[in-house]
Design a protein around this ligand. Sequence first.
Ligand code: FES
Length: 118
Amino acid sequence: MDYIKAANINDFKNNRIISVTILGRKVGIIKGPDAGFYAIEVGCKHQGADITRGHISGNVATCPRHGWKFDLVTGECLNQNASRLKKYDLKIEGDVILISSKPLPEEEEDDPLLHFFD
Ligand code: FES
């Protein structure tokens, strides 16, 4: 998997979330409550606005354009029938935060029907 330099740990002294554009995609790098970092798509599934520029309460970001809400941990859209935000792999080398050049494969939903024949 290829990784791209996306941010520096020092960028988070006064920020919990920063957004960067990687290969044309808006990606948020988020400092979690345990001081770990994770990366997730932040281009709104409606019309592409950067959801980190809207209101953020806990893990929920509200898009500044039309109010769609997304869980920044799971990627789930909370008030519309929209696909999830994609997650990116992230690693830290020294003070540098690198993220995967492509999103991670979608996680399968825990659909009980998938286990029907188990
Ligand atoms: S662009 Fe995000 S809700 Fe419309």
